[in-house]
Design a protein around this ligand. Structure first.
Ligand SMILES: CC(C)(COP(=O)(O)OP(=O)(O)OC[C@H]1O[C@@H](n2cnc3c(N)ncnc32)[C@H](O)[C@@H]1OP(=O)(O)O)[C@@H](O)C(=O)NCCC(=O)NCCS
Length: 317
């Protein structure tokens, strides 16, 4: 068995392993999606390890590079994603060995911490390796009663492919100011374009106030028989933006064909209080569970992490 760095020639075999071992995801298991995520991101190429046995790739460990901003400082982070071991190779310690190996490599590169939202199969593995459970990300939902009760037409998921115009429109907005006291993803034009215009096969919508002080980025997904319109970003871009954001949420609630509007917004943030004022209800039992781990001496994320993560920071990863 050979544990080594990923090479671009591995791509077809890696995609095959992802399709068999992880199954379908919201982002399709295509070459375009793999490259978008791991090669074209604004924070640099992912760290990727593969485990090979007799020419077959049986394990994959990919750490997507991420960046946070806090108090004007950039903090380099990684997020383990696309975690998969071939079914015939599971429960033999491969995930554990690959995670240890990659953690050591990225720590040497000055990366400060790792975080992700694993599922119930891999979370115990992270916790065994000393990662800390930061609980559920604070989710909110607003039922669209007119849709749920059938007095207006229900929605449909509209994944008709990426909308390239979103990137151009986002690039013209003033750069969103990060919250000084929290770990936030720096929402630069390059990041927003990559995230919401270039993600293959996924359509995002943009609502901007007339004075350009507030914007919403949303996407629709299906959950069983219900359609959800997820607010990926609620951006306050200038003075008076809080009032404009309330207007945009009301506009979204009026126009969206979805049964529920959903969002993720950290406690004690302006975004969260505006969503609650707009009729969003806090949901304590849903929302992805976050785990994290500091890399290197004294470099971990404080606990509880003062993060302000949006749904757009979390979905697809
Ligand atoms: C999750 C996965 C990567 C684990 O790989 P693995 O090589 O089998 O993991 P390891 O052998 O290193 O297991 C380490 C620990 O993780 C936990 N673990 C592993 N698989 C688990 C499972 N299916 N359910 C619950 N805990 C599990 C156990 O605590 C295990 O320790 P133990 O075997 O001593 O009890 C593998 O099962 C997989 O590819 N699953 C399908 C894809 C997937 O769900 N990926 C995670 C996406 S977030």
């Amino acid at each position: 068995m050979n544990l080594r760095l990923y090479d671009c020639d591995d791509e077809p075999r890696v995609l095959e392993l992802l399709a068999t071992g992880l199954g379908p995801g919201r982002l399709q298991r295509t070459s375009a999606a793999w490259r978008w995520k791991h090669e074209q991101g604004p924070f640099g190429r992912s760290y990727v390890l593969v485990c090979e046995d007799d020419g077959q790739i049986v394990g994959l460990r990919a750490f997507l590079r991420w960046r946070f901003e806090r108090d004007g400082q950039h903090i380099e982070a990684v997020r383990p994603v696309d975690t998969v071991v071939h079914p015939e190779w599971r429960r033999r310690g491969l995930f554990t060995a690959m995670t240890r190996e990659l953690v050591n490599r990225v720590a040497e590169d000055g990366v400060r911490f790792a975080f992700n939202t694993p599922n119930s199969s891999s979370r115990p593995g992270y916790l065994k390796l000393g990662w800390r459970d930061a609980g559920r990300c604070p989710a909110l939902a607003k039922p669209q009663w007119r849709r749920l009760l059938g007095t207006a037409h229900g929605g449909h998921d509209d994944d008709a492919g990426a909308d390239p115009t979103v990137g151009g429109m986002l690039a013209k907005l003033p750069v969103a100011v990060a919250r000084p006291d929290r770990f936030t993803t720096p929402r630069t034009a390059a990041y927003l374009k990559w995230r919401y215009a270039d993600a293959p096969g996924i359509r995002y919508r943009l609502l901007v106030s007339a004075d350009r002080t507030a914007a919403l980025v949303t996407t629709r997904t299906r959950r069983g028989r219900w359609t959800e319109e997820r607010i990926c970003e609620s951006l306050i871009l200038g003075a008076g933006g809080d009032r404009e954001l309330l207007r945009l949420v009301a506009q979204l609630a009026h126009e969206s064909p979805a049964h529920f509007l959903t969002a993720i917004a950290s406690q004690s943030t302006l975004e969260r209080s505006l969503l609650v004022r707009s009729g969003f209800l806090p949901l304590s039992a849903v929302g992805p569970r976050l785990v994290h781990r500091g890399l290197g001496e004294g470099s971990g994320a404080p606990s509880p992490p003062p993060w302000a993560l949006s749904a757009g920071d979390l979905e697809l990863f």
